[in-house]
Design a protein around this ligand. Structure first.
Ligand code: SF4
Ligand code: SF4
Length: 345
């Protein structure tokens, strides 16, 4: 890893240099929140955002996309030709970069890489930026408050300047051409350590730090708690829509009006939707809220860990804000905290 320092005043030049060759998407203010959107000027970027409503996942796994078109009369399928926009995601927080790293495990680095996801991922540069946690953030519990890989540049704010971690030649060349990067001094490193400590000390300490949550979930699989939690679920699927690591999808073939040609589409799906596990014949493998919510929490805090050695939840806090029934991983952690207290009585 190469480190350089740039002044904060050089940031607009860096953004403009990216805009010369890429579509740049960045956090911008929208209503009372923030969203990642394509920008036309560096002035639009709101780098002091807390969390965007939806994560940058949408640029790799769009909510809806056509996989291919077909002609049923001749039994032909058009070649895969997804439109790829060379893009820079500018200003992603560490948790969102860690979320993309998890999506990579599923869609890019697995046994059967997804060509649509992979093509978009390979045409995208990621520029991360340091942040301070909001009251809903708990990324520190799983070590997602730092991104160790998965970005091209990472900008750590060290007060009027940025310590830049560089991990791709393409981004390094643009940085070199647009700014006047200098070698980090001991003073810069000390400021980096101060900034890191300040961030670590700013997390909401009311979120219980229960590292053995995966094991506890197995032990309490049949606890009535899941009935209570799942019974509150409105099946609105907002949690999955905002989650940077939810990746379930549905696939549908639709015929054109001529009844001969059509297309196959992929759309986001959610395991909290009642019809998610409905199969032919009318059987539903997860017919009640208890099973659906418990499944979602298991996938986030247990199942993915067993397969990939890391939690699927990165602690971004989006579902904490989005769920009107107060169903989220923090609630699960609080349940195990209560259980631990009861056992100790
Ligand atoms: S857990 Fe919350 S956000 Fe998710 S579907 Fe249920 S009510 Fe909606
Ligand atoms: S489960 Fe909630 S807190 Fe965890 S990554 Fe998804 S949206 Fe963020």
């Amino acid at each position: 890893m190469l480190y350089r320092v740039i002044d904060a005043t050089e940031l607009p030049s860096l953004v403009r240099a990216f805009m010369d060759s890429y579509e740049v998407v960045a956090p911008v203010k929208q209503g009372r929140g923030y969203v990642f959107d394509a920008i036309e000027s560096p002035d639009e970027i709101a780098l002091d955002y807390d969390t965007t409503i939806v994560s940058p996942k949408k640029y790799f796994l769009p909510p809806k996309e056509t996989l291919f078109e077909f002609d049923a009369t001749v039994n032909e399928v058009t070649d895969f030709a997804v439109e790829i926009t060379p893009r820079v995601i500018f200003g992603a927080h560490a948790c969102d970069i860690n979320a993309i790293n998890r999506l990579d495990l599923v869609f890019k680095d697995g046994k059967y890489p997804d060509p649509y996801y992979t093509a978009r991922r390979e045409a995208t540069l990621i520029v991360g930026i340091s942040c301070m946690p909001s009251e809903h953030c708990f990324c520190d519990l799983w070590g997602s408050d730092e991104a160790r890989f998965g970005y091209d540049l990472f900008l750590q704010d060290i007060g009027g300047k940025y310590l830049v971690s560089i991990s791709s030649v393409e981004a390094a060349n643009i940085l070199e051409a647009a700014c006047d990067p200098r070698v980090a001094t001991d003073e810069d490193r000390i400021e980096f350590r101060h900034a890191t400590r300040k961030r670590q000390e700013s997390f909401n300490r009311e979120v219980p730090d229960i590292q053995e949550v995966a094991m506890l979930m197995d032990a309490f699989h049949k606890d009535p708690y899941w009935e209570e939690l799942g019974g509150r679920c409105l099946a609105c699927t907002a949690c999955s829509a905002v989650c940077p690591t939810c990746f379930c999808f549905d696939i549908r073939d639709t015929l054109d009006a001529n009844g001969k040609t059509g297309k196959r589409e992929r759309t986001w799906d959610a395991c909290t939707a009642p019809q998610f596990a409905l199969v032919a014949g009318g059987h539903n493998f997860r017919e009640n809220g208890r099973n659906r919510v418990r499944h979602r929490m298991y996938h986030k805090l247990n199942g993915f860990l067993a397969n990939h050695d890391r939690m699927l939840c990165v602690g971004c806090g989006r579902c904490v804000k989005a769920c009107k029934a107060n169903i989220n991983p923090i609630e699960v952690l609080k349940f195990f905290e209560r259980k631990g207290a009861e056992d100790g009585e």
